[in-house]
Design a protein around this ligand. Structure first.
Ligand code: CP3
Length: 340
């Protein structure tokens, strides 16, 4: 690997500067992505290896991040599990037949990922060729809880109230569903590593919807199963948005890094994790609206606060679609210009 900063940071090795990438860097805001988006609908882009690999490398070509993340979506998992998922323009994910009872859970299958999700493996192989060992490639999945949120709610939500209602009124069925998703996700991430990804990230985007106690029962328990199953295959990054309260426990797991959002200071995050694990984050994505000179200053302050080692510079959540190109560039350049 010509640029191994990211892999070294995951091992906690001393680096000249921390590596940098942005969550949701593939797609969303680049004009070259919008051109592809006009011609092909969302799941066609995911299912066509030439398109998915091209979208994956676009931000690397433009900005030179230290790692690529495969263009795909967390919702390819429920699709493969026999749950219909649509991506509606200007609306987001829509599942016309949400799971609301035991019968719904019974109908969910644990698929052969090498058959149902073969297109993802082909996209990884095509991407590895394009990347030519310049930078590593991240594969990802949603956390079982975050996937359950969509499967039960049927769409995005500010509270995921229907998903929580299902868990609290029908916990046996909810746990069966979480376990099916976990089993599928483990097989899926293992297949992705076999196909060529160098690390995996689990996105628990909606973990913060749960209380600390419920987080243990309905989310972390399953994420930890994934970490344990993958630990000998590839480094695992666990990103749990809104879950700073679980950082200490997560730091005791076999994850290689923990993602943090901007609601926790670097100092508190380091303290909670006893400075023993690599942290990734945590720039407020809306701070990319600030002028480029200010962005650069804030990035340098952030690196000083986390420390350059055991650290991966990132946003605290995905980049927003209307961030000016020069502002995204300022974020990446600031890291490359960093001198300790
Ligand atoms: O990081 C990357 O750039 C890789 C690609 C990626 C996408 N989705 C592409 C995408 C990744 C890592 C995801 C993960 C994802 N998908 C998450 C977890 C991360 C997070 O942001 O919390 C979630 C919750 C989803 C579900 C999802 N997919 C939603 C809510 C939406 C609609 C709104 C949006 O843009 O976030 C999608 C669609 C989607 N996934 C788009 C892209 C580029 C935009 C739709 C389009 O291009 O037509």
């Amino acid at each position: 690997m010509k640029n191994d900063l990211f892999l070294r940071a995951l091992k906690g090795e001393t680096v000249e500067r921390p590596p940098v990438w942005m969550m949701r860097q593939a797609g969303r805001y680049l004009p070259e992505f919008m051109a592809i988006r006009e011609k092909y609908d969302f799941f066609t882009r995911c299912r066509t290896p030439e398109l998915a690999s091209e979208i994956t490398v676009q931000p690397i070509r433009r900005y030179g991040m230290d790692v690529a993340i495969l263009f795909s979506d967390i919702l390819v998992i429920p699709q493969a599990m026999n749950i219909e998922v649509q991506m509606k323009p200007n609306f987001g994910p829509y599942l016309p037949n949400p799971i609301r009872d035991q019968k719904g859970v019974d109908e969910v299958i644990v698929p052969d990922v090498n058959v149902e999700l073969d297109y993802v493996m082909q996209a990884i192989k095509a991407t590895k060729e394009l990347l030519n060992d310049e930078v590593p490639l991240i594969g990802f999945a949603g956390s079982p809880w975050t996937i359950l949120c969509y499967c039960v709610q049927g769409q995005g939500s500010k509270s995921f109230d229907k998903a929580k209602k299902f868990c609290f009124t029908n916990p046996i069925a909810a746990h069966q569903l979480l376990q099916k998703i976990t089993d599928t996700t483990i097989a899926y991430l293992k297949a992705k590593v076999k196909a060529g990804v160098n690390a995996v990230q689990v996105f628990d985007s909606w973990g913060g919807m749960l209380s600390p106690v419920d987080y243990q029962e309905f989310s972390w328990k399953y994420i930890n199963q994934i970490i344990e199953a993958l630990k000998d295959d590839a480094p695992v990054i666990s990103f749990a948005k809104g879950c700073w309260y679980a950082l200490e426990e997560m730091s005791n797991s076999n994850a290689s890094a923990l993602g943090v959002d901007w609601t926790v200071t670097p100092e508190v995050a380091r303290k909670l994790t006893n400075n023993k694990i690599t942290l990734q984050g945590n720039f407020d994505p809306t701070r990319l609206y600030s002028p480029p000179t200010e962005i650069k200053k804030m990035v340098h302050t952030m690196i000083d606060a986390f420390g350059k080692d055991k650290y991966i510079v990132n946003l605290g959540h995905g980049i927003l679609p209307d961030i000016p190109l020069e502002n995204a560039k300022a974020f990446i350049d600031a890291v490359k210009e960093y001198k300790s």
